[in-house]
Design a protein around this ligand. Structure first.
Ligand code: HEM
Length: 193
């Protein structure tokens, strides 16, 4: 299988939620633009974070390699997180006082912001040059993706308005399953027994 067209295709696929939002904004389809952009961009940031976590275990069972797509998926997760943050900043009229107050006083914003900082660090260190420069430290740093995943689902949970909303629960379960793949079960067994 040649790979020359696969990355551009993946790029276009990952861009589609953004194109859909842009279309809706330009066509004036949004009734409450702040909410209707905040929610899908947050969801896409989380979905792509989870998808990037799925790549490694999936790669082990597939007969061909898909590792080469992991970086693009992770960077797109950061891209949607940037849009998500951007809308929040617009909503706060870029007022540093309002922003700081929200980050300090609303725990789910504090957690969302911490998740964003981790995604930012992972995105800026994802270039080939940075991977080479950081060497062994790169792997250690990129383990923070697990913390980002936990924080992202906590952020999701915390802002839910109704206890009957099961969407965050579904994402949390998926996150837990994906994180459990990373645990070294044989080492854990030795520790317990
Ligand atoms: C940069 C800092 C962040 C801020 C200020 C922020 C803020 C917000 C706000 C204001 C909401 C809407 C709450 C409401 O409807 O009342 C929200 C929802 C959400 N955010 Fe964030 N967030 C941040 C980072 C993140 C990150 C990094 C992720 C994922 C990786 C994320 C995922 C979500 C999800 C999944 C939702 C729920 C969407 C839904 O209800 O459909 N957020 N966030």
């Amino acid at each position: 299988m040649t790979i020359s067209w696969q990355k551009p295709l993946l790029f276009l696929l990952l861009l589609m939620p953004f194109m859909q939002l842009l279309f809706d904004v330009l066509m004036g389809n949004l009734i409450d633009p702040i909410e209707e952009i905040t929610n899908p961009t947050g969801l896409w940031a989380l979905r792509l974070l989870l998808l990037s976590l799925l790549i490694t275990p999936l790669n082990k069972i597939l007969p061909f390699s898909i590792i080469k797509y992991r970086r693009m998926i992770g960077v797109f997760s950061f891209f949607y997180a940037c849009l998500h943050l951007g809308i929040f900043l617009i909503d706060q009229q870029f007022n540093p006082e309002f922003i700081a107050e929200d980050i300090i006083k609303r725990p789910y914003i504090t957690i969302g912001f911490s998740t964003f900082i981790i995604l930012f660090l992972l995105a800026i260190t994802s270039t080939n040059k940075m991977v080479r420069w950081l060497g062994k430290r790169w792997k250690k740093l990129h383990k923070f993706i697990y913390l980002a995943t936990i924080l992202a689902v906590v952020h999701f949970y915390w802002q839910v308005k109704s206890i009957a909303d099961i969407e965050p629960l579904i994402y949390t379960l998926i996150a837990l399953i994906l994180l459990s793949f990373r645990l070294n079960w044989s080492k854990m067994k030795k520790l317990v027994f």
